[in-house]
Each structure stands twice: as C-alpha cells, then as structure tokens.
Design a binder for this molecule. Structure first.
Ligand SMILES: Nc1ncnc2c1ncn2[C@@H]1O[C@H](COP(=O)(O)OP(=O)(O)OP(=O)(O)O)[C@@H](O)[C@H]1O
Length: 283
C-alpha cells in the first residue's frame, strides 16, 4: 500500500544521536494480542460497510504499540475488537493465546473522554473495578490509594468528577484502569482533548507507569510526536477498507526523558517527516 519506506530502528539509529541505554521492551516476550486475517463490517445487507480487511497484528508482552492513521481508517474499530466490544466479521483474534470472545478482566481501556461515574468521588471511581471483582474493602482502599498516588492525585481523592480539570479526569481514568492490574492497556486518544502542557506531563506519567509495570499497551493517537515518544513500535493504518499500511520500530525506543528531548534528537525531524508523508499518503 505505502510506497515510502520508513527506516527500521537499525537504519534510524544511524541518524539519531541517542542515549545508549537499551530498551528492555526490545526483548521478544509472550504473545499478548494476535490478529489473523481480521476483518470488520458494520451493518447488514445493502447497508453493510466493510471497515477493516485482512488485518494481521501480533503484540508481545511488554510492548508499547502506537497506532496512527487518518480519521476513519478504523483505529477505534480495531481497538474495540481487541477490547472485546466488537466481534470481527472475518479472521480470528487471540488474547493471551486464547480465542477472544468478549470483554476480558485482563484488559483495561481508557478513552478520550474519562466517562467517570458522576456520583462517585475520585477514590470511589478508582475503587469501582475492584469492588466489581469482589475485593474486600481494606485491600480495595489500599490499592486505590496507591493508584491515585501514582497518577499524582493523592490530594484530590475526595473530589467529585465535576470538581476536576480535564487532565485530572484523565488521570483518574488511567488510575481506574490501572488499579485492576490488567495485562493489556488499550488507550484511544486519551490525551486528545488536553492542553499541550498537561498532555506532555501525562505522556511522561503513562510511560513511567508502563515501564514500572512491564505490561503491554496499545495506544491510538493522531499525534506523530506522541507516537514517537511513547511507542516502541508504530503502526500506520490506512486504505479503504482500512488495514495496517505499514509499521516501524520507533528509533527512539523509550530512551528519551520527555517530548522536548525526543524532538531534539539528531535525525528526529527526518523520521517524523517520513511518518507524516506516510500518513498523508494513506489518508
Ligand atoms: N458502530 C458503527 N456503525 C457503523 N459504522 C461505524 C461504527 N463505528 C464506526 N463506524 C465507521 O467505521 C469507520 C471507521 O471508524 P473508526 O472510529 O474506527 O475510525 P478511526 O480511525 O478511529 O477514526 P478517528 O481517527 O476519526 O477517531 C468510519 O467510517 C465510521 O463511520
């Protein structure tokens, strides 16, 4: 589909001046997500529309995969299938080596809008999933307090959702997902509605949480810089019906501290530009 070849991590390294620490996530691990020849159509009969066709994707334990692609290329649909909210109309999805039949406790999802329960305070929202799992109150409190602290909201545990800023709400959504310790985190443009400064702070926080937990993540974004900073693998979706047009290993491989450092790495502009060209070609 794509004529432009984005450099592989090895090729890109030649252009980039980066710190030398190797990313632990380059070591292959257990397969967490596996899509084979997956297709998705919405509607029936004459109303039927094929959205995704022949998607093959493998994600291994510990990987942070970012998905870029034009609006309407099927990114959210892909994530919804992996979350178990939609069933593929062709092919097969496996999670943790097993056929994937519906929502799974081992999968956490964060969307663009936090969708917090308005009648529960921050602690109540974060504890909710644990309560559903039947975890007793003392342990629930302990785990929720830890998750709230990790996203920097210890001071706000008793606030209600309407008292929170957009960035705080997203932090709660992340804590709520993280507290149940899912093996796989799916995030659909979680920072799209936030201002640049809050967004950058949360990008750093998400990456730290991911590095500490060693879990697997799939992260949808429209932001090329965000993808290059967060992802150790970047998938570009495109076509009609949609599919994976191409993918690349991020040349940065989690070795920069923040977005500013990412942007100032030698050769970064070139890799970024290639990704943008690819996106334009696929839109
Ligand atoms: N429930 C649905 N019923 C019918 N069509 C749908 C449904 N959900 C999504 N679509 C269609 O599927 C296509 C892909 O949508 P999707 O939201 O997956 O794309 P996307 O790449 O995430 O877009 P964006 O970047 O704008 O969020 C769109 O044309 C959309 O109209």
């Amino acid at each position: 589909m794509a004529a432009i070849q984005v450099e592989t991590i090895e090729q890109s390294k030649e252009h980039l001046s980066l710190p030398t620490t190797e990313s632990s996530s380059t070591t292959p691990g257990k397969e967490v997500v596996s899509l084979s020849a997956v297709g998705l159509s919405y509607g029936d009969g004459k109303q039927q529309r094929e959205i995704l066709r022949d998607v093959h994707l493998q994600i291994v334990e510990g990987e942070f995969v970012c998905v870029l692609g034009a609006s309407g290329s099927g990114k959210t649909s892909l994530l919804r299938m992996i979350a178990g909210y939609e069933q593929p109309t062709a092919g097969q999805i496996k999670l943790f080596g097993r056929p994937h039949l519906g929502p799974d406790r081992q999968v956490g999802v964060v969307f663009q809008h936090a969708n917090l329960f308005p009648w529960l305070n921050v602690r109540g929202n974060v504890e909710f999933g644990l309560r559903m799992q039947g975890i007793r109150k003392v342990l629930r409190r302990e785990r929720a307090a830890d998750a709230i602290e990790r996203v920097g909201l210890a001071h706000a545990a008793k606030l209600m959702p309407h008292q929170l800023s957009g960035g705080m709400k997203q932090r709660v959504a992340i804590a709520r997902s993280m507290v149940t310790e899912p093996e796989l985190m799916l995030m659909d443009e979680p920072f799209a509605a936030l201002d640049a400064i809050t967004r950058e702070a949360l990008q750093v926080q998400v990456r730290e949480l991911w590095q500490q937990s060693g879990k697997t993540a799939l992260f949808i974004t429209h932001d090329v810089d965000e993808a290059l900073f967060l992802g150790d693998r970047i998938i570009v979706m495109g076509g009609s019906p949609g599919g994976i047009a191409t993918e690349m290993r991020s040349p940065l491989g989690h070795r920069t501290v923040n977005l500013s450092e990412t942007r100032s790495a030698n050769g970064y502009a070139k890799v970024r530009d290639q990704l943008i060209q690819l996106l334009k070609q696929e839109s």
